[in-house]
Design a protein around this ligand. Structure first.
Ligand code: ADP
Ligand code: 5GP
Length: 225
């Protein structure tokens, strides 16, 4: 997922950015296809910034530090919790995952749209802090298909597949709390639904001035952490 527009957009002058940034949160069970769909989504949508998370998980073949994740040690992660550097974090399948606070708040302050791809507990924390964030929950056609996708990806060992599948029922039970639910049956189908959500949320009449991005709001959000 190289082309996440991150540095390019952050380097723009504030006056060139749209006036108000929106926070999009993409969530759903592991293996449902979030990464696959987002990779395509970012190819067509250059004005939204992907928030690169921090994790203690080991990189998979092909994953790059600073592109897919910031890969850190358990000690480093715990230090960033202590130092209040994360907007949210969660322990998932024996590893820590978290969203870098300064990065997201700075991007929102500059008026950029930001997209988080995070698991459901983290998504719920973001919903509490940013009630107007736009949440999208991806569901699989069924549990067998989800497990088939997880196995087919060939990135997880048996224990990790089991841990991931163990959390799915709980994750699906809460699917109604999100603003949008999209079934990832076919990639093209799910992608066009995500695009429709984004286009709808970006319509001028749906823009809420100052929603996240006044400096005061971001500062007080940072202070509240
Ligand atoms: P996530 O990011 O949600 O963990 P991935 O994007 O890594 O999931 O997808 C898991 C696996 O499922 C990958 O091997 C991917 O190619 C496959 N996949 C994704 N979407 C679909 C789909 N609609 N139909 C079949 N396979 C899919
Ligand atoms: P994976 O190990 O497959 O890359 O990710 C496992 C799960 O962690 C996925 O559901 C992914 O969305 C989630 N995740 C990735 N980054 C973050 C983050 O910063 N915070 C939280 N809470 N979850 C994350």
């Amino acid at each position: 997922m190289e082309s996440k527009n991150t540095e390019k957009l952050l380097d723009q002058k504030p006056e060139k950015m749209p006036p108000v940034g929106k926070l999009f949160v993409i969530t759903g069970p592991s293996g449902v296809g979030k990464g696959t769909i987002l990779e395509r989504f970012f190819e067509d949508n250059k004005n939204i910034i992907y928030s690169i998370s921090q994790t203690t998980r080991k990189p998979r073949p092909g994953e790059v530090h600073g592109v897919n994740y910031f890969f850190v040690s358990k000690e480093e992660f715990e230090k960033s919790i202590e130092n209040d550097e994360l907007l949210e974090w969660a322990k998932y399948s024996d590893n820590y995952y978290g969203t870098k606070k300064a990065f997201v708040l700075k991007a929102l302050q500059k008026g950029a749209d930001v997209l988080l791809e995070i698991e459901t507990k983290g998504a719920q924390k973001i919903m509490e802090k940013f009630p107007d964030c736009i949440t999208v929950f991806f569901t699989p056609p069924n549990l067998d298909e989800l497990e088939k996708r997880l196995r087919g990806r060939k990135t997880e060992d048996e224990a990790s597949i089991k841990k991931r599948m163990d959390t799915v029922k709980e994750e699906l039970e809460l699917s109604t709390i999100y603003k949008y639910t999209i079934e990832n049956d076919e990639v093209e189908n799910a992608l066009s639904k995500l695009q429709a959500v984004y286009d709808y949320e970006k319509r001028p009449e749906n823009e809420m001035q100052g929603e996240y991005c006044t400096e005061n709001e971001a500062e007080s959000e940072a202070g509240r952490e």
